[in-house]
Design a protein around this ligand. Structure first.
Ligand code: ZN
Length: 276
């Protein structure tokens, strides 16, 4: 099928991967987009990015490749129509069947901040059909590749171990990406295989003092504090999990590549978060 051929070819991340506007952050790294409409050149004129790249917030991200459209794409779960009307397709790892769907059954790094003891205000929807993915009049992009955990500004975020994690987490990135962001590396033993995942902590008020690339964080060590950087409409932690692709030495990659489809695949966080 044509669209699958195109997908296996495309390994380019797309602008929406890095955007954090309003309550909207998108974890999907799209690979391709149809030329239903010309891409909007907005924000590129004064952008300090090379040709073919787009400034998003304060990082340069490559523009998506273009592919031919096809009616069959509309039935694919890991695709959505972006706000320009183009079909965008991406890799993602859906929730595994043995992992519960109920977000309340999982343990998060911060206490529940919602009425009724719930923690998650907005969950992972990149495995949902187009019409069920998150969007809205104030959200410039479509879909959500993590969980949003509302809490008071300044709430400390201690490091939590993922399911089947071995050893400490290692800091890969501290800087501006999804607002102020910390990204950590975790080694998990899954079904006899050792796999690496990155965890993205977005919209922080402040990263932990002194935290820097290469630091090791044990369970309970401070990652940062909850904030609203890059998300002025909602104080919350955006927590996103991504599996490192085989053969990628993720420690050598710059910050924006840590969330790029060519290096990591966005993953339903329920696959790796510990159960309560
Ligand atoms: Zn989010």
């Amino acid at each position: 099928m044509r669209m699958f051929a195109v997908t296996s070819m495309g390994m380019r991340l797309e602008a929406i991967a890095l955007i954090a506007l309003g309550t909207m952050t998108v974890g999907a790294t799209a690979q391709s987009v149809s030329p239903r409409k010309a891409a909007q050149p907005a924000r590129t004129e004064s952008a300090p990015c090379p040709s073919g790249w787009l400034l998003d917030v304060d990082v340069c991200v490559p523009l998506p490749a273009e592919i031919a459209d096809g009616p069959e794409l509309q039935d694919v779960a890991n695709a959505h129509r972006d706000r320009q009307g183009n079909w965008v397709r991406y890799d993602q790892i859906p929730r595994l069947p043995e992992r519960p769907a109920d977000y309340d059954l999982y343990r998060y790094p911060i206490p529940p901040g919602m009425p009724g003891g719930h923690a998650v205000i907005s969950g992972y929807d990149l495995d949902q059909p187009n019409e069920r993915q998150r969007r809205g009049p104030t959200l410039s992009h479509v879909g959500h590749g993590g969980v949003d955990l509302p809490q008071k500004k300044g709430t400390p975020i201690p490091m939590a171990a993922l399911e089947h994690q071995e050893g400490d987490a290692e800091v890969l990135f501290v800087g501006d990406l999804f607002g102020r962001t910390v990204i950590t590396l975790h080694t998990l033993r899954e079904a006899g295989q050792v796999r690496e995942y990155v965890l993205l902590f977005g919209h922080l008020d402040t990263p932990a003092p002194g935290i820097a690339k290469g630091a090791h964080l044990a369970v309970g060590d401070l990652v940062g504090t909850v904030g609203d950087t890059g998300s002025p409409e909602l104080v919350h932690l955006h927590l996103e999990a991504r599996r490192v692709r085989a053969g990628v030495n993720i420690r050598n990659e710059p910050g924006y590549k840590l969330v790029a489809n060519e290096c990591t695949i966005v993953c339903d966080p329920r696959n790796v978060l510990p159960l309560r």
